[in-house]
Write a protein that binds this ligand. Structure first.
Ligand code: EPU
Length: 418
């Protein structure tokens, strides 16, 4: 277990380079095993979620080599064996292997995936996709055995635009016979990145990034490369840091369009920033206006930025309202923001934030990945020292967070607790 110690009040100036997107890379790696030759994935973030996926690759017998932030994977000789629960429960994205193994071998045995504790997170839509493709799904407790003589293209209508179910249906259908159509698909940029990777291997996918994706199955996928897109949630988190305590802080290597919803909210609040082609330069602004925000699937306001964003809302003059519509319990950060001096009331779905509040350092906990990011942001502006416990959650998704923030002037250290 690790904890972070932040001395608040230091202005951030300079450049923070953004890494490859966690939520793309965690799907690109499992997608790689559908390939019948070697693949190369560039711009992979060095985070613990990626390490957990590499562990699965190694367990299955894939050969992996790494060069800086690139991974070269050859899965020709993997052994399609049951993936133990001890590995699958480390992260949500482990179930992308369920789909790529099913897509490749027509059989898979695996357990329910893990992930942040932010709500129930069922996988019914993924299972519905498998069944539509003709697979039999046997559920025994946490264990799933899924098999098919043949996967046949089908129409899959998702009850909600689930990122996971969209990716899983893509992976399971890319080698099926005939045509699959995913309706009410998720439109996140990560989906486009994954479809591009598969198309680079020779898959036939169109419509990724819209709510209707069409996949025409192919029997063989050849060698390909892909670059992981920039992490829009990491970018958004540091943009918020800039709005809190930046002095011409440059958030670099980003696709600003991917955080349009955040940018528009910042503009409504009156934040001072310059948006360029691949970076945003942002500074702390006085007299921020309160706003209301509601989380939605892309291109709406990302649920993954809701928690970091709340740290900024504590500094607005007046009452702001955050409505979380994606997850039923993604408010783990609220009691800790209050212990730092914020004035927030609400429920599991709604937070009412009245500011501005002077935050004062104390000991807080990262209850999940993005709640942890919120704690770090709050610690950057809090008076005195903030200790963030359970920061292993944060290290699952933010590459080199301590170095990136220290390089622009923050005072942060991280230490192992025995
Ligand atoms: N849902 C169902 N049934 C399903 C699938 C989803 O009811 O079969 C519900 C979920 O319970 C949730 C909503 O639909 O309430 C959306 O879930 P979705 O499937 O879109 O989320 P996910 O694929 O599990 C990914 C990201 C999350 C991000 C969400 C939403 C990965 C590995 N995770 O999760 O990222 O919050 O999409 O954008 O891509 C994070 O990075 O901190 C994180 C949690």
């Amino acid at each position: 277990m690790k904890r972070m110690i932040i001395e608040g009040g230091h202005q951030l100036t300079g450049t923070i380079p953004i890494s490859g997107a966690k939520n793309s890379a965690v799907a690109l790696i499992p997608a790689s095993i559908l390939c019948d030759e070697e693949v190369r994935i560039d711009n992979v973030p060095n985070i613990s979620d990626i390490a957990a996926l590499e562990e699965i690759l190694e367990y299955l017998g894939a050969s992996i080599s790494k060069e800086d932030n690139s991974i070269i994977i050859n899965s020709r000789n993997i052994d399609n064996k049951e993936i133990p629960e001890s590995i699958s429960k480390k992260l949500r994205a482990s179930y992308y292997f369920m789909s790529s193994l099913l897509g490749k071998y027509k059989k898979v045995e695996m357990y329910f995936p893990g992930g942040c504790n932010i709500g129930a997170r069922p996988i019914d839509q993924t299972l519905k996709g498998y069944r539509a493709l003709g697979a039999t799904v046997i559920e025994e407790g946490n264990k799933y055995t899924i098999y098919a003589d043949e996967l046949k293209g089908a129409r899959v209508y998702l009850d909600m635009p689930s990122v996971g179910a969209t990716v899983n249906t893509l992976l399971a259908s890319v080698k099926a016979t005939g045509k699959t159509v995913i309706e009410n698909a998720a439109k996140e940029p990560e989906i486009v990145n994954i479809a591009t990777f598969l198309n680079n291997m020779g898959a036939k996918i169109s419509g990724a990034g819209t709510s209707k994706i069409t996949i025409t199955g192919v029997p063989y996928l050849h060698s390909a490369t892909i670059e992981t897109i920039p992490d829009r949630i990491e970018a958004g988190t540091y943009v918020i840091a800039g709005a809190l305590i930046g002095n011409n802080l440059c958030i670099n290597n980003i696709i600003p369009e991917h955080i349009d919803a955040l940018i528009n909210k910042l503009k409504e609040m009156g934040v001072n920033m310059t948006i360029n082609d691949d970076n945003i330069i942002i500074s702390q602004t006085a007299n921020l206006k309160p706003i209301n925000v509601k989380t939605l699937g892309y291109p709406g306001f990302a649920t993954d930025l809701q928690q970091p964003f709340t740290a900024l809302l504590t500094q607005c003059k007046g009452t702001s309202i955050v409505e979380e519509t994606i997850y039923e319990s993604r408010m783990g950060h609220i009691p800790y923001l209050n212990s730092l001096g914020a004035n927030i009331t609400g429920t599991n779905r709604l937070a009412k934030i009245t500011g501005p509040s002077l935050l004062k350092g104390t000991t807080v906990t990262a209850t999940d990945l993005r709640a942890g990011a919120c704690m770090v942001l709050a610690g950057l502006i809090a008076e005195g020292q903030t200790i963030v416990e359970d920061v292993d959650h944060i290290l699952r998704g933010y590459e080199n967070i301590v170095e990136k923030l220290t390089n622009v002037g923050a005072k942060i250290t991280i230490e192992e607790i025995k």
